[in-house]
Structures are given as C-alpha cells and as structure tokens.
Design a protein around this ligand. Structure first.
Ligand code: ATR
Length: 287
C-alpha cells in the first residue's frame, strides 16, 4: 500500500480557511492516499512548528496569515516568486531541505487567464492597495508584460515602497489621483480589504469603476462576498468582472502537485462546491 502523504495549512486563526476543502476534493477525486489538515499555530510557536515538520511526517504545506513573512525567514531556500514578493505561502522538501514558494501571483494570473484571456493586452493597470496581496498582484502583472502599473494607496509611502521594489514601469499614487489614473486604464485590481464582508461599511467602494474606459476589466482579490460592491458596480457599468475565488483555487495547484505528485484541475464542480459552502456559512452566521 502507498504511504499516506501528510500536508497541512497553518495560520492563526485557521478555522475559516477553505483550503482543506479544496485539497480534500482533489485527494478524493484522484484517489490519492494523502491528508491535508488545518493546524492553528500561534505566532510564538511558528518557528518550533516548522522545525518539527519532518519529524512529524509532513511532506509540506501552506502558510497563511500571519505567518507568510516568518515562513520566508524560516526556509533554507525560496523560489523566485517568493523572493520577489517577500513572503512564502507554500512549503515543501527538496533533498531534505525545506523550500518556500509563493503561488499567489500564479493564482492571480491563472484566474484571469481562465475568464478574460485577453487581460494582458488591455493597457495600463491600476492596483488598489499596497499590502502583501498587492505585491503578488504586481509581480504577476510584471511577469505578464504590463508596462504601466499604477499603485494607489491611502498611505502613499507604502505604495512608494512597492514601486521602488518592483522598479521600472511601476508608479505610486495617493487616492486623490485615482480618477485620472483610471481614465485610460484597462485593468483595475482591488487588493484592499474594502468591500470584504465584516470589514467596515459594506457599500464602500475602493474606487469608482464608472471612471474606467468601456473595455476595462475589474477584478477583486476579496472573495467573501463573491461579488464585492466594486464588482457589482463595475458589472452595472457593463464592464467585464472577475471575482477573487479563482485566485484561491489556482494558487492551490502547485502545492498539491509538489506534495502529492499530480497536477490537479480547477473545475466548475470544485468552484460550485466552495461557493455552496460559503453561502451556507453566511446563512448560518445570519441565524
Ligand atoms: P494584505 O496582506 O492582505 O494585502 P495589508 O498588508 O493589511 O493586507 O494591506 C491592506 C491594504 O488595504 C493596504 O493597502 C491598506 O491601506 P494602508 O496601507 O493605507 O493601510 C488598505 N486598506 C485597508 N483598510 C482601508 C481603508 N479603510 N481605506 C483604504 N485602504 C484601506
């Protein structure tokens, strides 16, 4: 019998992560003898957790908030995306050493490839927000050939830090410039938490999609709710929109392949299953 391969996702908190459902679906679908368990690890315990991975029989796993930067420090080697983004979300072993990768940029790009295949030919991109998620998005945009990437952030210094980090073609702006920056943009990406369920006023828009040209695409990396106020407003304007759930699904692909040896497919059935689970969670919370 094949040995059971063990993978994990660690975070703090971890209860709401959808990743166990995604990997559990693939393990079952492909009949692989493996597990993928959520483990709550407090920040003070993270270094110890990583040091014991091999002794505890893990082949690797995912790292989520708030451990992505600590994971970057903890590994012996990182892939190129992790180096550029400055954070690690996927761990695996190579020749006995722990390697850290970042699959968020790949996930972001694969989601747009699936729904709007021409997304790389639309002109300048405006990225709202300058946190960890924004870095992954900017890396994806650079990798896919965007020549004019405009970061807009409430705190302009953070946007400037990213512009300096990513170099040519990436500029930093405060929110008062948003209207002008949108007027000739082809892609608008929200990476801020504005519009996320449970964060502030539900109808706050991080930018007005009505200021974009008609050919523009709008995407949000927030996926709870699935249709954020920004996406709803963009859809009403007749713009093309892509929700953030596909990024979550696609970023899971490389990790699964590394740990379990098979490249899994992001299917409609998988997406529908997560959407159904999300709506159950929302209705249970309202009761
Ligand atoms: P993540 O790693 O998920 O990107 P983060 O590092 O906390 O999270 O970044 C959150 C982003 O959302 C930041 O760009 C933040 O703006 P600041 O850098 O000015 O803090 C942005 N953000 C959060 N709440 C916001 C609000 N109410 N208005 C505007 N921007 C907000």
């Amino acid at each position: 019998m094949a040995e059971t391969r063990k993978a994990f996702i660690c975070g703090y908190p971890i209860a709401h992560s959808r990743s166990p459902m995604i990997h559990g679906y693939w393990l079952k679908k492909y009949g692989i003898a493996g597990t993928y368990e959520p483990i709550e690890v407090a920040p003070a315990d993270f270094a110890q957790f990583v040091a014991k991975l091999k002794a505890n029989g893990f082949v690797g796993g995912n790292v989520t908030i708030p451990h992505k930067e600590a994971a970057f420090q903890a590994v012996s080697r990182r892939d190129e995306a992790a180096e550029l983004i400055g954070a690690v979300n996927t761990l695996w072993f190579e020749d006995g050493s722990l390697v850290g990768g970042n699959t968020d940029a790949l996930g972001f790009a694969a989601n747009l490839d699936e729904y709007v295949p021409d997304w790389t030919d639309v002109g300048p991109a405006v990225v709202l927000g300058a946190g960890g998620a924004s870095r992954a998005v900017i890396q994806a945009l650079k990798e896919r050939g965007f020549k004019d990437i405009r970061i807009v952030n409430r705190t302009i210094a953070r946007a400037q830090e990213l512009a300096d980090r990513f170099g040519a073609g990436v500029s930093a702006h405060g929110t008062s410039d948003t209207g002008e920056l949108l007027s000739d943009a082809g892609l608008l990406v929200n990476t801020t938490s504005l519009g996320m369920a449970g964060k502030g006023k539900a109808d706050t828009l991080p930018a007005d999609p009505g200021l974009l040209p008609r050919h523009a695409i709008v995407t949000d990396i927030v996926y709870v709710p699935l249709e954020t106020p920004l996406l709803a407003a963009a859809r009403k304007q007749g713009l093309r929109t892509v929700d953030g759930l596909g990024m979550l699904l696609h970023q899971a692909v490389p990790g699964f392949e590394k740990w379990f040896g098979r490249r899994p497919e992001v299917t409609r059935e998988l997406r529908d299953m997560i959407v159904a689970e999300m709506s159950e969670t929302v209705s249970a919370a309202k009761k």
